[in-house]
Design a protein around this ligand. Structure first.
Ligand code: PLP
Length: 394
């Protein structure tokens, strides 16, 4: 084995993340590393914060990127807002709601679960009932875009319900940010986290977060210290906080932050509304192709995420065999099902830079030819044409 060089293959990433990274971002990453307290770097940090406010549609001061992946953004929200004994209402309609529950328990809190079937949006009536049944709850936590199923929930109403019942909201927007509307201020959301490697199409490893003034006040009024030293916002803000005076907390992932800066510049150039429309358009084209093959979607049309297409695997088809062939023959990665949906669905991502007409046609063609060669009972040869009709009409 030659361990002197690692040359990854060039793949097309159409799974649940990471998504294809724009070459501009990879180029930005290779720029010279400078110190994490270099005034020039500090200037770039301020630009990243301002561009994140745009991405999140918020004026929250406490908006910055956590130096670790989306899961660390999740943990930042929970460890700072949940103290031992606090009651948290957690909505679960897929994998990531389950992780929220784990976070609450590890913070010493009590998780009140509101569960929905996988593939469905969160039931607003059930959440309202839980808030009524637990007037002492401190936080309502939910996933806006469930990547494990492709379902989107009504974040505006959920955040409003939380406020009505004097609860803070923790919102997972890892898969929605940059792909479908995330409007932190309009929603009145309190603690929101995301990731870089989904619809921002940046390299993995960073988690943008934003906190409302209400959330900041709750953190200031904590009775106990945050049990995580690394994620304790009162310490992190010595480095990421406002003003010119910054103190060492940890060494920021300098070059990964260059990458995030470039990703946010690209998002600004395109404009959020245009990015959302592009994700919608490419989803419509993929959907036409998938349906022309005779396959169906897991999620009801109204709740479907355009950036994460959960498709039911045709009967008699071996999930792993198809994904292996796509990877080996076409350098194409699509996602497997998770948890309750493992072996039953594929998750086709059209996220960020990967959400384009070329990928739609490429994926449909590769899937059509692979399924046909395996003798699957699909309508062969119809997918690409159906997608082209939609793309032409746009
Ligand atoms: C991917 C994802 C996460 C976790 O992000 P990592 O960067 O993998 O840690 C959390 N929530 C949702 C909804 C996700 O899709």
């Amino acid at each position: 084995m030659n361990t002197a060089v690692f040359h990854p293959p060039v793949r097309t990433l159409m799974g649940p993340g990471p998504s294809d990274v724009n070459p501009r971002i990879l180029e930005a990453m290779s720029r010279p590393t400078i110190g994490h307290l270099d005034p020039v770097f500090v200037g770039m940090m301020d630009e990243v914060k301002a561009m994140l406010q745009y991405a999140f549609q918020t004026t929250n001061n406490l908006t910055f990127p956590v130096s670790a992946p989306g899961s660390a953004g999740m943990e930042t929200c929970f460890v700072n807002l949940v103290e031992p004994g606090d009651k948290v209402i957690v909505c679960q309609n897929g994998v990531f709601g389950g992780r929220m529950k784990e976070n609450v328990i590890r913070c010493g809190g009590e998780a009140i679960m509101v569960e929905d079937e996988w593939g469905k949006a969160i039931d607003l009536g059930k959440v309202e009932q839980a808030l009524k049944d637990h007037p002492d709850a401190k936080v309502l936590a939910f996933v806006h875009a469930e990547t494990s199923t492709g379902a989107q929930s009504d974040a505006a109403t959920l955040c409003a319900l939380a406020r009505e019942h004097d609860c803070l909201s923790i919102v997972d927007t890892v898969t929605s940010l940059g792909g479908t509307p995330v409007k932190v201020d309009e929603w009145g959301a309190d603690a929101v986290y995301s990731g870089t490697q989904k619809c921002l199409s940046c390299v993995p490893g960073i988690s943008p977060v934003t906190f409302s003034e209400r959330a900041e006040a709750a953190i200031r009024n904590r009775k106990t210290p945050v049990q995580s030293w690394f994620l304790d916002l009162s310490l992190v803000m010595g480095y990421w906080g406002p003003g010119a005076k910054r103190a060492y907390h940890h060494t920021a992932p300098i070059n990964t932050l260059y990458a995030l800066h470039e990703a946010l510049v690209i998002l600004q150039e395109e404009g959020l509304e245009n990015a959302w429309a592009r994700h919608r358009r490419n989803h419509e084209a993929l959907k036409a192709g998938i349906e022309a093959m005779g396959m169906s979607f897991v999620v009801d049309e109204a709740d479907r995420l355009p950036q994460l297409n959960a498709v039911t695997i045709p009967e008699g088809v071996d999930d792993a065999e198809v994904r292996t062939r796509l990877l080996n023959d076409y350098d194409l990665e699509i996602g497997a099902g998770l948890g309750a949906l493992a072996g039953k669905i594929w998750r086709i991502g059209l996220m960020g830079f990967a959400s384009n007409a070329r990928n739609v046609l490429f994926c449909l063609g590769a899937l059509d030819s692979t399924l046909t060669s395996l003798g699957a009972r699909i309508e062969s040869g119809a997918a690409v044409e159906a997608a082209c009709k939609v793309l032409d009409a746009c």
